[in-house]
Ligand binder design. Structure first.
Ligand SMILES: NC(=O)c1ccc[n+]([C@@H]2O[C@H](COP(=O)([O-])OP(=O)(O)OC[C@H]3O[C@@H](n4cnc5c(N)ncnc54)[C@H](O)[C@@H]3O)[C@@H](O)[C@H]2O)c1
Ligand SMILES: O=C(O)[C@H](O)[C@H](O)COP(=O)(O)O
Length: 361
């Protein structure tokens, strides 16, 4: 058995080598030629898994150590009897912690009292639910929008997008879907942005094209003064540097990059692979996860004075990720050395260790 795996997947050799020869490659460089003698392929979100990659190969198992699966041609896998596994929920807490740090930074920067603010969450799945849990912990009001879950009878209360538009903070947690009953491609468009409150905040950590980036650029320069926190970018990794310069916070698709999130991602594929092979897993997730110090949730949030942001800084500081990205991307513009894609990928590959700090259960 031979497995080709993305080199940015922690513990993949440790977990899979007892069963197979494991070859690690940069996700963007995996080609059909690498797969001719391989049986399984383990990817992250940067590898497009479709007929042009898999045709003529012997691949019988594809695993993606991610939550989003818009890089996977599910129809092709189904038609060709290829087993598929992914990692729902693996990094949901990391994204929720990213959103919390972003919201706290915004509140300090714009002198907002979060106790007086309302957050609109679009997409109430794994990530959106964790974000809601964090807001509840801090006593911050929120509304949920999720027409698919609402139509399935989910017992939580949901509001239409028009109500989300009237929130002080809007955060997107939907999958990228170009068609179907509930498309999300450019869900945040000119109509949505122009109806948002003056001086409000929009966070996108879902997929770049959920937000029309061209329209976001115009909105960021308009009198509406909307702040943007963007982790994901349309046409990523070739992001629009003009938009980056207009954002309050810009990061290179790392919202979910906690150590625990990445380890859970690999482990969920390990479990699925063992099940597919009829093998009993030999390692437990608990053995692999680091023990991290936890944040003491303040009894009262004083966000205007910056206390909330400051108390979070020792655990995770979104501003550090933002500063690093701006500094690196400014050298691309000034020196014309490495390309945007190379720098974007390098920021992600060399992302420092980050540990989860909330006890969410
Ligand atoms: N930036 C990162 O590092 C990072 C990390 C994890 C996930 N993500 C992205 O965030 C997205 C959300 O992740 P998740 O685990 O919560 O996914 P999920 O599938 O658990 O939840 C998505 C929710 O969106 C809802 N939804 C679908 N279409 C909708 C629409 N048109 N309007 C409103 N709601 C809609 C679904 O019903 C579902 O409840 C993922 O698809 C992934 O692309 C990004
Ligand atoms: O969908 C996800 O889980 C995240 O977007 C994912 O973690 C992105 O990271 P990548 O797979 O590109 O390393």
């Amino acid at each position: 058995m031979k497995i080709i795996a993305d080199e940015n997947m922690p513990l993949v050799k440790e977990l899979f080598e007892p069963f197979a020869e494991v070859e690690l490659l940069a996700g963007r460089n995996i080609t059909t030629a690498h797969l001719t003698d391989a049986d399984a392929l383990l990817v992250r979100s940067v590898t497009q898994v479709n007929s042009s990659l898999l045709q003529g190969s012997n691949i019988k198992f594809v695993g993606s150590a991610t939550i989003g699966t818009d890089h996977i041609d599910h129809q092709y896998l189904d038609h060709n009897g290829i087993q598929f596994a992914y990692a729902p929920g693996c990094n949901a807490q990391a994204v929720a912690e990213y959103v919390l740090s972003g919201v706290a930074y915004w509140a300090q920067h714009r002198q907002k009292d979060l106790a007086e603010c309302r957050v609109g969450i679009i997409g109430a799945g794994n990530v959106g639910s964790k974000v809601a849990q964090v807001l509840e912990l801090l006593g911050i009001n929120y509304l949920l929008n999720d027409p698919p879950l609402e139509s399935q009878g989910d017992s939580r209360s949901f509001v239409p997008l028009a109500a989300i538009q009237q929130c002080d903070i809007v955060t997107c947690h939907v999958p990228l879907a170009k068609d179907g009953q509930y498309p999300t491609y450019h869900l945040i468009n000119e109509e949505f942005l122009s109806g948002m409150l003056k001086g409000s905040l929009l966070i996108n950590s879902s997929r770049g094209a959920v937000l029309d980036n061209e329209v976001a650029l115009q909105a960021s320069k308009s009198e509406q003064s909307i702040d943007f926190i963007l982790d994901v970018w349309e046409n990523e990794p070739e992001l629009n540097l003009e938009l980056l310069n207009e954002t309050l916070i810009a990061t290179p698709h790392i919202a979910g990059y906690s150590q625990e999130g990445k380890i859970r991602g690999t482990y969920q594929l390990y479990q699925a692979f063992c099940q597919w092979q009829g093998i009993e897993p030999k390692v437990t997730l608990k053995e692999l996860l680091p023990q991290a110090p936890k944040w003491n949730v303040p009894a009262q949030i004083d966000s205007q004075s910056g206390m909330l942001y400051q108390s979070l800084q020792p655990f995770y500081d979104i501003k550090q990720d933002d500063s690093h990205m701006r500094q690196v991307m400014s050298t691309v513009i000034r020196e014309g050395g490495a390309t945007i894609t190379e720098e974007f990928d390098s920021l992600r590959k060399n992302y420092p260790q980050r540990l989860e700090f909330l006890e969410l259960g």
